[in-house]
Design a protein around this ligand. Structure first.
Ligand SMILES: Cc1cc2nc3c(=O)[nH]c(=O)nc-3n(C[C@H](O)[C@H](O)[C@H](O)COP(=O)(O)O)c2cc1C
Length: 175
């Protein structure tokens, strides 16, 4: 196995997971900014990690726009986010539909991890976006369970990263 971990991380959580995974696999973890798609030709296993921002996996298009070039590779994608991991409709439907068009979902294996959201570290743009989202969701008359959860998550403040969570991914890579 010749693997590489690539990540896009604004606040560091996805990078931390990339380093943990790379350490377990004995391979490199590289910021996606430093990667051109042709650099990946030499690897047979590509692990891409991105934080979730409004259900979008940050930077994942480096994979999804290059499926032809990556077609013979084992492709693994992990997300980091603050939505509880038991919200399977969120991860298995909303996130998948938003990020993987056509048959791409059947060609990648996706893992979801809890990340970090520390209010004091967020950019002004992100803090404002969360405030606006909370205001909109709070004003709904009959909010769905998901909308109620979103209101709560807007106030999440902490680091929920967990090294033990990568076990299944590592096992899948080694299979
Ligand atoms: C503006 C904003 C939008 C976010 N949207 C989502 C989301 O849709 N789903 C989710 O689970 N987490 C969401 N999060 C939480 C981030 O995904 C989480 O903090 C993640 O660990 C960030 O990764 P990073 O530290 O590598 O940048 C959001 C955070 C911010 C600031």
């Amino acid at each position: 196995m010749n693997a590489i971990v690539i990540y896009k991380s604004k606040y560091g959580s996805t990078k931390t997971y990339a380093e943990w995974i790379a350490e377990e696999l004995g391979c490199k973890a590289v910021d996606a900014k430093q990667i051109k798609i042709d650099d990946l030709a030499e690897y047979d296993t590509i692990i891409y990690g991105g934080g979730l921002y409004a259900e979008v996996i940050a930077g994942v298009t480096i994979i999804t726009k290059n499926m032809e070039k990556l077609k013979d590779k084992k492709l693994i994608i992990y997300t980091t986010g603050i939505t509880p991991l038991d919200c399977r409709d969120y991860y298995d439907k909303m996130v998948i539909e938003k990020n993987f068009k056509g048959d791409i979902a059947s060609k990648v294996k996706v893992f979801n991890f809890l990340g970090k959201m520390k209010m004091s570290e967020l950019s002004l743009v992100h803090r404002t976006a969360l405030k606006t989202l909370k205001k909109i969701m709070s004003s709904k008359e009959n909010p769905s369970e998901m909308e109620k959860l979103l209101v709560e998550l807007c106030d999440a403040d902490g680091d929920f990263s967990d090294r033990n969570a990568i076990t299944d991914l590592i096992q899948y890579v080694k299979e």
